[in-house]
Unconditional design. Structure first.
Length: 433
């Protein structure tokens, strides 16, 4: 057959089907982890998280129950000028008993500084870098991670990015009741999570409750302790923290959120405390998206949105990051279903690489508020350049290469005259008792 005819047919098929050369990858299986022969007092699953102003929480697990919850640290390799004593916990779940889970807060730490540290007085030396005190600051974002070949690909790509803090809007290990999978997830993420703070909130895969047998979030709360006490919250399922000039609020899609709930009261109080002179940017993360034009999990975020969207709008939240749907979507500024220059930009980024695969089916036509959507694995990067501008990009795992597929500059609401205190109407809901 004439090669020109074949080429012409290929072009016609591409135009007719709307498909590009990009071949969407299939899900990958869970990774296999070899048996670990490390002695029992060796630290495993090391990860760090921000713990209040200039402090970091170091978390690790030992199978030796007598191993001390001590972190030695300093700014030169092998030279530990500081020592901190922490606490430990453990849990049992059906026939599984966890190792000793250590949580030790270190600090005060200098900003933008590399620290070398050792856990439990033995094992390898780790190093971490503290976030800056001022702009620019960069966040890596990936939700619905799991522990498959695609998860590894996403982590490798995040590792190529120069970022300060990892944000994870829910669904971490996909252990789904098999507790040893929490341990393998901890090992998988250790190279990144021991070097930069990982700030997480819970998804449905963290629940793991079994009626009459096991309460929910046992493993998640024991292993991924976040700075909830530091931010005045009574639950590890919602909290806030600040990095450089950004105030971040991590909400819980799977704990009460109605106007009589603790979470609602805490959110209102936290929003009122935000000082936009100190933190011009205001970000919120939770698991179930409020603006989602994918057929997967359609409408699941509606009741939380009805309860809380007006609070976020009144406070002038800039960006909302969610997961749950295994695809990527970015909205225009939106509030109450309509385009609004003072509403938030909503991102769904539940495409970290879990074993359930991608969510391909979309509602058509694309809603007017939806600006970009694609069902591919990948991660996001948010570089907050200054008080007025941030650069958001989404990087698709194109085969095993990171490819920047979506990029947009976002102006802060501070710079757009949308601040809550300039709008007495919406502000009322924040001030109401
Ligand atoms: Fe989910």
């Amino acid at each position: 057959m004439d090669p020109k005819f074949v080429l012409l047919m290929a072009v016609l098929v591409t135009v007719a089907t709307g498909k590009s050369d990009y071949v969407r990858p299939k899900p990958r299986k869970n990774l296999q982890f070899p048996w670990d022969s490390k002695p029992s007092s060796q630290p495993k699953q090391v990860h760090i998280s921000l713990a209040g102003n200039r402090h970091m929480r170091v978390t690790w697990i030992t199978s030796d129950k007598h191993s001390p919850s001590i972190v030695e640290y300093g700014t030169s390799p092998g030279k530990y000028n500081y020592i901190a004593q922490g606490e430990s916990t453990s849990y049992s779940y059906l026939f599984y008993s966890s190792g000793k889970i250590h949580h030790t807060v270190i600090g005060p730490l200098e900003h933008s500084t590399t620290y070398f540290y050792r856990c439990g007085r033995e094992g390898p030396e780790f190093q971490l870098k503290t976030p800056p005190s001022q702009f620019p600051v960069t966040f890596a974002v990936a939700g619905d991670m799991g522990q498959t070949g695609w998860t590894k690909s996403t982590l490798d790509h995040i590792d190529l990015c120069e970022y300060d803090v990892h944000l994870l809007p829910g669904d971490l290990s996909y252990a789904d009741y098999i507790q040893s999978l929490w341990d393998t997830f901890g090992e998988l993420v250790q190279p990144l999570a021991s070097a930069r703070p990982w700030m997480v909130t819970e998804g449905n895969h963290e629940k793991e409750n079994i009626m009459f047998l096991e309460d929910g979030f046992q493993s998640y709360n024991a292993r991924w302790k976040m700075p909830f006490k530091e931010s005045g919250s009574s639950s590890n399922l919602y909290y806030s923290f600040e990095v450089a000039g950004v105030h971040l609020i991590m909400l819980g899609s799977y704990t009460d959120y109605d106007e009589y709930s603790d979470q609602y009261s805490w959110l209102k109080a936290d929003l009122l405390k935000v000082d936009r002179k100190r933190t011009p940017w205001l970000l919120v993360l939770f698991h179930v998206p409020w603006y989602n034009s994918n057929r997967a999990h359609q409408g699941e975020g509606v009741s939380m949105m009805e309860a809380m969207e007006s609070l976020l709008y009144a406070a002038g939240v800039d960006i909302v990051l969610a997961g749950h749907v295994h695809a990527y979507e970015r909205s225009k500024r939106v509030y109450n279903g309509r385009l609004d220059p003072c509403g938030a930009v909503h991102m769904t980024i539940g495409d970290g690489g879990n074993r359930e695969g991608l969510a391909h089916q979309y509602i058509n036509p694309q809603p007017h508020w939806s600006d970009f959507r694609e069902a591919s694995f990948g991660h996001g990067e948010l570089k907050v350049v200054n008080s007025t501008h941030a650069l958001w990009s989404w990087h698709r795992n194109d085969d095993d290469e990171p490819v920047r597929s979506d990029q947009v500059w976002i102006n802060s609401l501070v710079s757009s005259g949308c601040l809550a205190d300039k709008r007495p109407g919406p502000r009322k809901i924040l001030m109401a008792p």
